[in-house]
Design a protein around this ligand. Sequence first.
Ligand code: MN
Length: 232
Amino acid sequence: MLTRRELLSLAGGTALAVALNPKLSAAAPQAASGPFSLPALPYSVAALEPHIDAQTMTIHHQRHHQAYVTGANTALAKHPDVAKRPLEEMLRNLNAVPDDIRTAIRNHGGGHYNHVQFWTLMAPNAGGAPTGAIAAAITGAFGSFDTFRELFNQAATTRFGSGWAWLSNDNGTLIVHSTANQDTPFAEGRTPIFGLDVWEHAYYLKYQNRRADYVGAFWNVINWAEVNRRLA
Ligand code: MN
């Protein structure tokens, strides 16, 4: 589970600057009661323009992500003992989550995890070719960055309906795959390195039905420094 403090710490100075700017932080909703809260974005809502527009970013973060936070907290209010477990542990072992909240944790808990990683995965003045350890890992696993990007784009554009495209660690091997809805790679025994949201709510206002254009634009904002941190 990533707390707001951890997220800020991971995102570094930019996030701190945003968090300390009263004008920006005033827009953030109140933390819900329960183990999870909506993290502040580590950049302004317009920072990823023109690739991700400010209106989409605002609605996606403040309404969609907040709904996952609220849904997960509401479910866990019935099981305070389960609420103490780290989110990753719940998602890795959904069968150990009580029957009456298992679907809520899968959908809303998964949605919270997926979106927390998604916000930090992007940054202004980012994108381009990977650097550092992830560059070598991608070349080693897929032959080249271009080949990897083609596989990832294919996973993202062919996921039918709502879901996520992923680069994951599958028992020591890097793989590209996709999941439906808010399912996480954890539920498949894999560890996500990064994932791209391909729900229509992530792109429809700007790109309408052109998911491939949105997926293409993602490569202009991917934050390889954060990917390297997650890889490590
Ligand atoms: Mn989303």
